[in-house]
Every structure is written in structure tokens, then in C-alpha cells.
Ligand binder design. Structure first.
Ligand code: HAM
Length: 420
């Protein structure tokens, strides 16, 4: 008995008809990011596990329950990348990209892996396009890079997006806020969900991100980082906001915005789409000024974001990206077939997308196929036409047809398609 295999739960194929959107997202990212001075970096799909545990944080959901971690044949613990930032920082330090000191701007794209509970907009293999900027603390970069991201989404035709922004503070002010939060929550532990009861001691800020109603209620009146930011963080946040204003970028300050990764300092943000369900963050990022140092590099402030391509693809209008052919050629009989073989080649040499029937079907059935492809023009060649060195050109929109010299058809098609 043969077995029919299926893709693993939470993992999907991206088929023709859908892939055009993905190619569009990738192409547009290259165009926009390169305009802003970013270069591509290709990072490996898997790393030593410590690269992720050290950076993302031991007590985050990603590290605690979502990583695909396995021993390789020599016993080393390896992990399929759950995100890109850790690998880019590892590469930045490994290849001394900080020498000579200057701002380094990198972008990457590809699959990431998190063993989350699959649902609409949440997959176990998903795709990100990300950018990372190293070497400046200047809030202008925070605003500029967020501006670049929104320009990118605009080019994709996305609407109804909301930028939510926060500053998570730094080593100086965040511990004070953490203490205040613990103090506030200590009498409310019983109200928290099981997961958040564990988070209480280990990673209390994450409680803000919990979707459970009881945790939401318990933190309603909780202190936020807003009241605890040190002068340096306050001024950095205000400047970031001012630069966003200069770029006419609307935002919502969300002092309860925390991210699922622990490396952030100061700016943290998300782009929310109103057109999606509960998994509505299509991009997220922020500043991580300590990570390069923690990876053994020199003190290097950094800022970046990642776009969730699966969710973004859902928001792109489908029609404009079809790779449908412009012309279908109907060949009737063996002689016509021989001629069509050459003609198709000629049309393609002239960059015309053309399809045909390979089965020697009847005229009716070939015209049905032409309709199915949605072509604008069909060229019909049979013995009659060949004897006169002609072809029939049919405009599928009005079903008008005319006879044309076979010698001129490539030139005429090129012209007609250019006129459209
Ligand atoms: P993140 O918020 O974990 O950030 O992921 C960024 C985006 O990836 C999310 O907003 C979402 O659109 C998408 N995403 C995450 N998990 C899934 C999933 N399971 N299924 C589908 N889409 C998903 C990061 O990964 C950081 N590395 C961003 C960053 C770069 N921060 C600084 N530099």
C-alpha cells in the first residue's frame, strides 16, 4: 500500500498563485532597504543553541517552550533559528564587522521556526524579512528605520496599519520598574493564569502580553514603565517621537507594549494590522544596545525589526501579481505544430509570456484552455492558415479576430502588448 504524506502541522507549502505575493514582498524589500543603505546578509538556518538562549532570554516563551532543539551527531546542541537577530549579532561579532567603526546596516529574509500552537497567522515554520542597524544610539535611526518599514508596507499597498511604540528603559531604570510591578502584583498572584504565575518571579513584564482575560484585568491598574524611565531613556524616547512627527508618522504610545524577546532596551514597537484576527502584529522590533557586548563584541548600540511575511501576504491584494501568460497559441494538426514550436520560441525571445496545448486537442478544447489562462490574445494556426502564410489573431476581450501575416506576428504582438 502506498502512503500519502502531508506537510507537518503548522508548516505549509506556498504554491504558484500565492508565491507571486512572496516574490513581490522580497523584491520590494530589496528595493526599499537598499535605497536606505542596507546590504543583505545570509545567516544560517541553525546555530549553536546558546546563541539563542543567551540573546532571546532563558525565561522567554520562545526559549522555554518553542525552540526546535536537537543534538547533532557529535552531541552539540543545535537549534533551528526562531528569529534572525541573534544570528546577525553573532555574525557581526564573529566577522568583526565593527572594524572600521561605522554604522552597519543589514537585512535578511527567510524561514524561522517556533514550535507554537498553530492557528491562523501562527505557524511553526514562518518567514521573516528583518533588518538590523549597528553602531548608533541616535534616535534618528529609530525613526528613520520605522519610516522605512512603513514606506515598505505602503509600497505593498497595505492600509489600516497602526504603529504602537514604547520605551522599555535600560539597565538603570527597568529594574526599578520591575520591583514596582512585583509589588503591585504580589497580592494578585491568584488572579493570574498558570503561565503568568510562573512569569511572576522570572519575567513579570511578560504578564502584560498575556491574552487571558484574568491577567489582563489583574494588570489593568498596574504601574507602567512610563513612570520609571531614567532621564536618558526619557530623552531618547521623546526624541524618537519628535523625529516620527517630523516624518508625519502617526503612532500610538503603548506603555504596556512588551516584546516576546528579552534583549530590548529603550525603543520597542509593533505594527498592528486592523485587517487581521488575533495574530495581528505584522512586524515588530526595537533597540538592543547591550546584545553585541554580551556576544563578546565592543559596546555597540543596535536597532532592528522583523516583518512576518505570512501575515503580510494575507493583506496583499491578489490580482495584480498573477504570472498569467499574455498569449495562447492554438496549433491544429502536425504541420501547424512544427510551426508553433518555432513561433513560441520567437515570442519568448521577445519577452512575451506565451502558453500552448501540448496534447493535440480539438480547437474547442484549446480555446477553453486559452480562456482558463485568462490570456488577452489567442493565435490560431491550422493547415488553411499555413497555406496562406497567415495566422488568426483573436482578441479574447471582444472575441474579434483578424488574419495576420505569419512573418509579422511577433512584431505585432510585441506592439499590441506594449500598448496595453
Ligand atoms: P518577533 O516579534 O518575535 O520579533 O517577530 C516579528 C514578526 O514575525 C511578528 O510580528 C510576526 O508578524 C512574525 N511572527 C512571529 N512568530 C510567528 C509565527 N509563529 N507565525 C507567523 N508569523 C510569526 C523578532 O523576531 C525580532 N527578531 C525582531 C527584531 C529584529 N528586533 C530587533 N531586530
Amino acid at each position: 500500500m502506498t502512503t500519502k504524506y502531508q506537510a507537518i502541522k503548522g508548516v505549509k507549502d506556498i504554491l504558484p498563485g500565492e508565491i507571486e505575493k512572496w516574490q513581490f514582498m522580497e523584491k520590494t524589500a530589496r528595493e526599499v532597504f537598499e535605497l536606505y543603505g542596507f546590504s543583505e546578509i545570509r545567516i544560517p538556518i541553525f546555530e549553536m543553541t546558546a546563541v539563542f538562549t543567551r540573546s532571546i532570554g532563558e525565561t522567554t516563551d520562545i526559549v522555554e517552550k518553542e525552540m526546535y532543539t536537537f543534538p547533532d551527531r557529535s552531541g552539540d546542541s543545535l537549534t533551528l533559528r526562531p528569529e534572525g537577530t541573534a544570528s546577525v549579532v553573532r555574525a557581526y561579532v564573529e566577522h568583526n564587522l565593527y572594524n572600521p567603526p561605522s554604522v552597519v546596516k543589514l537585512y535578511y529574509m527567510g524561514p524561522m521556526f517556533r514550535c507554537e500552537r498553530p492557528q491562523a497567522g501562527r505557524y511553526r515554520q514562518f518567514y521573516q524579512i528583518g533588518v538590523e542597524v549597528f553602531g548608533t544610539e541616535n534616535p534618528e535611526i529609530d525613526a528613520e528605520v520605522i519610516g522605512m518599514l512603513l514606506k515598505y508596507f505602503e509600497k505593498l499597498g497595505l492600509k489600516e496599519l497602526e504603529l504602537q511604540i514604547n520605551s522599555l528603559g535600560c539597565d538603570e531604570c527597568r529594574p526599578k520598574f520591575r520591583e514596582a510591578l512585583l509589588e503591585f502584583l504580589k497580592n494578585k498572584i491568584n488572579l493570574l493564569c498558570e503561565d503568568c504565575q510562573k512569569r511572576f518571579e522570572r519575567n513579570p513584564l511578560r504578564i502584560f502580553d498575556c491574552k487571558s482575560v484574568s491577567c489582563h484585568d489583574a494588570t489593568k491598574e498596574a504601574p507602567t514603565i512610563e513612570g520609571y524611565r531614567c532621564d536618558n531613556c526619557k530623552s531618547h524616547f521623546n526624541s524618537t517621537i519628535n523625529f516620527l512627527d517630523k516624518l508625519n508618522i502617526p503612532y500610538v504610545k503603548n506603555p504596556k507594549l512588551v516584546r516576546g524577546l528579552d534583549y530590548y532596551t529603550k525603543t520597542a514597537f509593533e505594527i498592528i494590522s486592523k485587517g487581521l484576527g488575533s495574530q495581528n502584529a505584522i512586524a515588530g522590533g526595537g533597540r538592543y544596545d547591550k546584545l553585541v557586548e554580551e556576544f563578546g563584541g565592543p559596546p555597540t548600540p543596535a536597532f532592528g525589526f522583523a516583518i512576518g511575511m505570512d501575515r503580510t501576504a494575507q493583506l496583499i491584494q491578489p490580482l495584480a501579481f498573477s504570472l498569467q501568460p499574455s498569449v495562447f497559441i492554438v496549433a491544429l494538426g502536425e504541420r501547424a505544430n512544427q510551426k508553433v514550436f518555432e513561433l513560441i520560441n520567437n515570442l519568448r525571445q521577445n519577452e512575451i509570456r506565451v502558453e500552448r496545448d501540448y496534447e493535440g486537442s480539438s480547437l474547442k478544447s484549446q480555446l477553453r484552455k486559452a480562456n482558463k489562462f485568462g490570456v488577452r490574445y489567442t493565435i490560431i494556426i491550422g493547415d488553411n492558415e499555413l497555406d496562406k502564410d497567415k495566422v488568426i489573431l483573436r482578441d479574447m476581450s471582444g472575441s474579434r479576430q483578424e488574419e495576420i501575416d505569419i512573418e509579422t506576428i511577433v512584431e505585432i504582438m510585441t506592439k499590441k502588448l506594449r500598448e496595453r
